[in-house]
Design a binder for this molecule. Sequence first.
Ligand SMILES: [Zn+2]
Length: 105
Amino acid sequence: MAFGIRRNDQVLITAGKDRGKRGRVIRFEKKKNRVYVEGLNLVTRHLGHQRGVRQSGLTTQEAPLDMSNIRIVCPTCDKPSRIGTRILEDGSKVRICKACDEVLE
Ligand SMILES: [Zn+2]
């Protein structure tokens, strides 16, 4: 995967039941190409019984999305963008939006 996704990135979902929605990345698993987006791609789980705790009912939880099904939304131009990288003069690497050429942070 070419782009480096980070926590708190705004992303657009491009496939699945939440296609077209945007959310914030809360967690990702780079090795598995999975991304968890806050409040999206929710699945319902039955609360398990824990020792000493009586719980009942259902809870919702974010299910992972495949990285190929999301796009990072550039905070500057507000578009789901292609992300590139640029090396700064001090040698550090930053991500840039290929649409507006601004640095993403
Ligand atoms: Zn941009």
